[in-house]
Design a protein. Structure first.
Length: 412
């Protein structure tokens, strides 16, 4: 049984929502973030990455960074850039990309559901990344980035969403710089709120699609505040974390590709011979190769593309080992190229599918040597791994479109 509560959202005024909305903090490095906020005083990235407001010499984990985030947030609330709804609501958040609609419910999920496994995970988190967001949430007394949750599509929820969208106007509607349209509806009718809350309670599980570090951080902040609160009842806002929940049949996962700096000491001929132990290798020429089915891969090496097709003798039904990201890691990157831990090895880099195959070519022709294009992991595979209480390899999924930060804040 999943608990998803309505809440009193802090959100930007509708007339400047497009100026506030920002891509998630972790899609930028420090320099990219600094460039992205230039001339954009309302961009939420100023708050999500507050080091952009300070001298570049300042350590990004120093106290002044988190104090700056809190100062900017309070300033925008006091000046009216952000407003807060006076009573708990749900919100519908629709994103439209290339004609494809992805529509979710914004609410607050329970940290207890996270702890007991009702909210399932598929990815490990890193302590350093958790600490950064823990300090950010604590300093701001707010969760500022929504967790992207998925659930197996439910007719009852779908009908409620469609009815609201057809009968009411959105409170916010804008097209971002990347061409993605963002539309928001507020659900304030108590009867509909009760219906939605009951519908979510019928779901046996929710799944973290994206935002594992934000979720872990929100939970740890909540537990810390429980321990410090002698009057804790379980109803306090810190017991819940900001989420957008999407039905699984609307989600799009793009390919998450790899590029590697060298051939691990092998000549090109030796390297191709090694690959043929596990894959059938076919040279396809200069045109970029995008895999069209599972267990096939593109490889760009010395200005040519190759198709790599896993030999059937290596097929498996294991929910993790059968993932294409696992196959590439287990049969090529690790045993041949010596990439034993892709999370820490600086010889490998990861390129989201939104950047296209030309980026794979550019990297292999410049600072890297060989690139690989993958067939995307699908949402059914993600759910299967999570249901088996297993973990996916790092950088297995690239969701598009990206949720914008700053459109909803949850004060704790």
């Amino acid at each position: 049984m999943a608990i998803v509560r309505p809440f009193c959202a802090v959100r930007p005024r509708s007339d400047i929502a497009d100026q506030v909305a920002a891509l998630p903090y972790d899609v930028y490095n420090r320099q990219e973030a600094r460039e992205a906020v230039k001339g954009k005083p309302y961009s939420f990235l100023n708050i999500d990455r507050p080091e952009t407001q300070l001298d570049p010499s300042v350590d990004i984990y120093s106290d002044i960074v988190y104090e700056t985030a809190n100062h900017l947030l309070r300033k925008h609330i006091e000046s009216g850039v952000f407003i807060q709804d006076r009573f708990p609501c749900y919100y519908i958040y629709e994103l439209i990309m290339d004609g494809r609609h992805q529509t979710g419910i914004v609410g607050c999920a329970s940290i207890d559901d996270y702890i007991d496994g009702t909210i399932k995970q598929h990815e490990k988190t890193r302590a350093d990344k958790e600490i950064d967001r823990i300090r950010h949430v604590d300093a701001c007394n707010a969760q500022t980035g929504p967790i992207f949750l998925a659930y197996r599509s439910q007719k009852e929820i779908n009908l409620i969403v469609k009815e609201i969208q057809s009968e009411t106007k959105p409170i916010c509607d804008f097209v971002a710089d990347d061409g993605i349209e963002h539309r928001i509806w507020r659900i304030s009718n108590p009867v509909i709120i009760d219906d939605l809350q009951s519908a979510f309670q019928k779901l046996p599980n929710l799944y973290i699609a994206d935002g594992h570090h934000r979720a872990a951080s929100a939970v740890k902040v909540g537990l810390g505040r429980r321990n410090a609160d002698p009057d804790y009842t379980g109803t306090e806002e810190y017991n819940y974390f900001l989420s957008v929940l999407f039905p699984d049949d609307q989600l799009c996962i793009m390919d998450y590709n790899r590029t590697v700096r060298d051939l691990n000491g092998y000549s090109k001929t030796e390297f191709l011979e090694k690959i043929e132990e596990y894959f059938t290798v076919t040279e396809v020429g200069k045109e970029a190769y995008r895999p069209q089915e599972k267990h096939t891969f593109g490889m760009y090496l010395d200005s040519n593309w190759y198709e790599l097709r896993l030999k059937e003798e290596w097929f498996t039904d294991d929910p993790v080992k059968s993932l294409d990201v696992s196959i590439l890691q287990d049969y090529l990157l690790d045993p041949i190229l010596g990439i034993h831990d892709p999370k820490t090895d600086d010889r490998i880099d990861f390129i989201g599918g939104i950047r296209g195959l030309k980026e794979l070519e550019r990297r292999a022709d410049s600072d890297m040597r060989v690139s690989f294009s993958l067939y995307p992991t699908n949402i059914s595979e993600l759910l299967a791994v999570a249901d088996a209480d297993r973990l996916m390899p790092p950088k297995s999924t690239w969701f598009e479109p990206k949720l914008r930060s700053g459109l909803f804040l949850h004060l704790i």
